[in-house]
Design a protein around this ligand. Structure first.
Ligand code: PFF
Length: 502
């Protein structure tokens, strides 16, 4: 049976870069860099990239490309028991995208809100009361927030059309969704650096504080950021690589993906801090007071900055649209890559028709994402985001490394990817997969667990909600992974003969 293919290598690379470069690059990287030592943070960041990011990406590309299957089946082909690990990563993607589209839903509101600068002088109230209509806690779902619901429906329609014809349709939109945000970020950067205070902002962001690199926290932040930003341990890169011919250069692909993704992060950092510098100067407050991350940065601080741009409401609206369009483009290709990981997993295990699987997965995910369109949705988003990123993602990466490092032999994979790659990877790669990544990740997991269990529960939520949206969710994922892996695979032969009859 002929597997579907990316049109060419560039398309594959764009898809991989599009998946990696997401909201995390725009709203997480700049703040983390500033917080953990500015320019000096780049040292742990690059060490983490070299010792964990690049080796893991090479690992995932190899597994996908060699076995020509989605994560569960590809891992299961290496060893039957590994299939459960693939399901774990697939389910991680499932739950992440369920809330990620919620954020995409907010972004739509800001795109059309920009035309009238709808947030007016109070961006915080607009965000929490007009768009999200946030309830008092996770215990109160409080019905739907219509603006978010509309945004989420639009996002799913977009995802459906993009994924409808698999690699063919993805291969077309990827040019826009990957390249447009880069162009828009450059436009925003030009606007930023020509404003008073921007240079101070950028200096503030990158000013190296070398004393920081001796702090453990900084290293933890660097490794966590690398895991988050590269879209690894979510079955995505395995699925994407499975649509490439078996003899495509793997090491180069991994290096290009990694450096392009970091490039987007740096670019976003300059833009964000350029604008914050201008804001600080205009308001006469220290930049440190304005620097935030996540939704607070994108949906409150940035709209406020847009208000302050010289040139009146039309200019403000214009830059508003540009900024939120950038976020939409950055986010959408990460979102559909998370969905594709699921489609590939189910279609490959049960040899299902890809288009029907696409529709089914999207409908199920749409229903799951409805939770995040309720007024209580933000609280659940916060809890699930925390647990999935601090546990599910890391555990998936750990299990993949342990499986390959200890029960398969990394050397065997190296013997596969080196001959087909230009750039030769030395034995150090085996050491990373077998020892370094597992030890670092075990440490990160232990540290998170210690903090959450013995220091303070996450976010100050009541434990029943943390059990439901956090620990319980992880438990559910584990049970489902084992069940899915235990169900008998549809044998390839029977499908071949069925296909032959068609
Ligand atoms: N790598 C993408 C980003 O940085 O936004 C996609 C992503 C990764 C989204 C992990 C969410 C997530 F938890």
């Amino acid at each position: 049976m002929q597997r579907e293919r990316w049109g060419n290598r560039v398309v594959f690379l764009l898809a991989a870069i599009g998946s990696a470069a997401g909201l995390g690059n725009a709203w997480r990287f700049p703040y983390i860099t500033y917080k953990y030592g500015g320019g000096a943070f780049l040292i742990p960041y690059f060490v983490a990239l070299l010792t964990a990011g690049i080796p893991l990406l090479i690992l995932e590309f190899s597994i996908g490309q060699k076995n020509q299957l989605g994560a569960p089946s590809a891992l299961g082909k290496i060893r039957k028991n590994f299939q459960a690990i693939g399901w774990w990563t697939t389910l991680t993607a499932f739950f992440i995208v369920a809330y990620y589209v919620g954020v995409m839903g907010w972004i739509w509101n800001y795109i059309w809100g920009s035309f009238t600068v709808a947030w007016g002088s109070d961006a915080a109230t607009f965000f929490t009361e007009k768009v999200l209509q946030v309830s008092e806690g996770p215990g109160t779902l409080g019905g739907f927030s219509l603006p978010v619901l509309i945004g989420v429906v639009l996002t799913w329609i977009a995802i459906y059309f993009i994924l409808r014809r698999g690699t063919k349709s993805v291969g077309k939109v990827i040019w826009v969704t990957v390249l447009l945000p880069i162009v828009l970020l450059v436009i925003l950067l030009f606007r930023a650096v020509t404003l008073p205070g921007a240079i101070e902002g950028i200096n503030f962001y990158l000013q190296p504080d070398f004393s920081q690199i001796f702090h453990l926290d900084v290293w933890i932040a660097a490794y966590s950021q690398i895991f988050f930003t590269l879209s690894i341990a979510m079955g995505i890169m395995i699925a994407y690589a499975s649509y490439m011919p078996k003899d495509t250069d793997i090491v180069n692909n991994a290096l290009i993906t990694v450096f392009a993704n970091s490039g987007v992060s740096f670019l976003a950092g300059f833009t964000v801090f350029g604008i914050l510098g201008y804001m600080a100067k205009t308001q006469g407050v220290p930049i440190a007071e304005l620097a935030t991350e996540g939704p607070g940065l994108a949906f409150i601080a940035y709209p406020e900055a847009i208000n302050m741009l010289p040139g009146g409401p039309v200019i403000a609206g214009f830059f508003g649209v540009i900024f939120f369009l950038t976020l939409l483009m950055l986010g959408i290709d990460s979102a559909f890559s998370l969905v594709e990981s699921n489609i590939a997993a189910f279609a490959d295990k049960w040899q299902l028709n890809k288009q029907k699987t696409t529709v089914t997965v999207i409908i199920v995910l749409f229903l799951a994402s409805l939770l995040f369109t309720t007024r209580g949705g933000l609280h659940w988003l916060d809890i699930m985001d925390y647990y999935l990123n601090h546990y599910a993602l890391l555990l998936g990466g750990l299990l993949q490394c342990l499986a390959i490092g200890w029960f398969y032999r990394p050397e065997k994979l190296r013997e596969y990817f080196n001959p087909i790659s230009d750039f030769q990877v030395g034995r150090w790669w085996n050491v990373m997969v077998k020892w370094v990544i597992p030890l670092v990740v075990l440490f990160l997991l232990g540290n998170n667990f210690y903090r959450n269990v013995f220091v303070a529960p996450y976010g100050g939520y009541e434990s029943k909600y943390l059990w439901l949206g956090g620990w319980g969710l992880l438990l559910l994922m584990a049970v489902l992974s084992i069940i899915f892996a235990a169900i008998k695979d549809k044998s390839l032969n029977s499908v071949d003969s069925k296909k032959a009859n068609l």
